[in-house]
Structure formats: C-alpha cells, structure tokens
Design a binder for this molecule. Sequence first.
Ligand SMILES: [Zn+2]
Length: 345
Amino acid sequence: MISAGLGLCRATGLHRLAGGALRGRGAILTFHRVRPAENRLFAPNAQLEITPEFLDRVLTRLHANGFEIVSLNEAAARLIEDDRLRAPFAALTFDDGFRDVVVHGLPVLERHEAPFTCYVAPAYADRTARLWWVELEEAVRRLDRIELDFDGARLSLPARSDAEKCAAFARLYRLWRRGGNERLLRQIARLREHAGIDWRELVDELCLDWIELLALAAHPLATIGSHTLTHPRLALLAEADALAEMAQGRDRLELELGRPCRHFAYPYGDARSAGPREFDYAGRLGFATAVTTRPGMIFPDHAAHPRALPRLSVNGLWQDAASFDALLSGAPFAFWNRGRRLDID
Ligand SMILES: [Zn+2]
C-alpha cells in the first residue's frame, strides 16, 4: 500500500498539491543499517539497510524540504508545543545498535551536524541475543535445499538459484512471523546449525559492544534509547515478562552507560508486535516517548499519545531522492491510513 501510494505520488506529483497539510508537525525516521552497497541478487534484508551516500542525500533532502533535524528530546518537547509557524521537525532513529551505523553512518551525521538516536537491546551488546533474520539469510545463502519439520509436516524447499533462495526466505519468514518467539528461534537455530553458522560470531561482527556503546553515548549528537533487553515481540509475552523486558533493558543501559534513558522503541513495532497494552506499559515505566514502526507523520493529536508514535521508514528498496521527497510530504501515509492520523489501537 505504501509502495502503491509512493508510486502514485512519484508518477503524478500529487503530493506537491498537498503542500504542508499532510506532513503535520514532523516525522521520526527509522533506519537500521548503513553500509556500502553489495549488489547481491539474494539480499532479503535489503530493506533494512541504506548506503552512506543515500543517508547523505536523505539529510540534504530533509533540509531542502524545510525540515529541521532535532534530537528525540527536542522532538518530545515539540510534540506538546502548539507553534504552527515552526518548521516541521525530523528525528533520526537507528534500531538495534548495528556497528555499521557508527562506521559508515556517523561520519555523514557529523558532517550534517545531525542529532540522532540509537535504540539498543543490551542482550546484543552482551552477545546473548540472536539476530535471527540475519541467521536465516546466511543459512539460506549457504544451503542448496531447506529441510525442516513444520507443525508435524516435512517442509522441503529448493534453494539453489537466487530466485529459489528469495522464495524460500520469503516463505519461511511468513510462516514464522505467524508463530511465537520460541518456535521461530528454535527452528532457525536448527537451520543455522545445518548450515554451519556460528550465531555469536554474527552478533559479534555486526553489533556494537559495550565499549563502543559507551563511546557512542558520549558523542554530542547521539542519544541512546531502549529497545527491550532481548528484542522479543512484546505482544506475545505475558504481562510480567513484557514489563520485565522493557524495564530491565532500560535499567541495564542506564547502569552501563551512566545516563538516563528516556526513549523506547518496540521491537518489530508493527501492530501485531506492540499495541495498546505495550503503550500503557511504556507509560507506566516512565518513558517520555515510545515509537512503533506503524507508518505515518507526527500530528498535534499525537501529543496525547507520546508512547504510540508512528515512524517513517527510510527503506533500502527506495533509495532515490524522488521517493524520499514523496514520503516526506506525508501523502503516501494519508493513502495508507485512509486519512486517519492516529493509529493507536
Ligand atoms: Zn529492532
């Protein structure tokens, strides 16, 4: 739907007619990884990464579109302030604490003097949580055929060509997203062992450790936000477990980094991973803001719902300035949300 809206905007220029009406008070942008392009045909997680060159272009386009890049603390303040004459704000957020954000993204952010937030799950820094979507990608890349038991049935998927690998990944991803955290981790572990992949090596290679996080937290442009302790889908957990994930993730960051942690991002962040129950927990735990991955711009109505904020995903599959300009107009989201500005249930 967003792609359709984006395509329509790009083809017709319709979003330009909307002026500033649909872009609201501003936007919170979602990023994950930043690294040079690899040009692989089988790249099923490509939507989660952009190149440093595109990050540079995004920051330039934000400026050209009249957005002011602010920290999350400043965005939280602007959420409740009623000043229509102000330029719209943009807050930049990077999920999961990937090392390439520091290696390839930070120099670009510094050049633009752009404040940003990294949402970190301490278990990645501890090397005790798994990047299951990267494990799945690596396993499918290495294996020629995927064999596993699924709900009592034997699943056998060819994975020799790039097209077969893409199809196998998509099929498995869809199957697992329907089930619980545990099954997903258990079955991917079996595939990974089969493919001879060391999960800890992957986390070690890709995620920031505590020493690097300490340095990042001290950077004048950086804010560290919380992303639970182990990155589960909170909506699937019992109340006590979900609250513990959210509280312990934050407490651990505050202890290790020695500074208060006021902002939170729900892992996965879609409506099936975080809903009104989790929004309430974030409020109970005292977070100033909490972000989802539900798509949308920030409107004055969000002032009453600072723990159910939508974000604008800067998608690796749409790395061109025209798409990004259309995204910033808010028009594709008006299309997706059928004109509804608040998506909080
Ligand atoms: Zn995440």
